[in-house]
Design a binder for this molecule. Sequence first.
Ligand code: FES
Length: 110
Amino acid sequence: MDNMLKDSVACGCEIQSEDWDLIICRCEEVTRGDILRAINEGATTVEEIKRRTRAGMGLCQSKTCCRSVQKIIAEVTGQPVSNIPPFTSRPPARPVSIAVLASLSEEDPQ
Ligand code: FES
């Protein structure tokens, strides 16, 4: 891991855990070190972390990693976790063909 990040980040806050390679976002394989690096580069919100690292952009849409990202930001910036807004929720979207939708009305004429 970067020597620059071992003891503190840009804000001067102490980093308590040395577990830099811990996977925080399993869907996008984003580590704790990736998130700390993003914070060191100026990211201070979960949305900024998301744009820089892709954390929260995976299949689960941040259901698994959101709280961990919030906790890391809170740890580094010294804020309570309740002050860190979560990722913006977006429902999973998949294309559905018109033929599939049309077949639904024929099967269920209620
Ligand atoms: S664990 Fe981060 S998006 Fe799924």
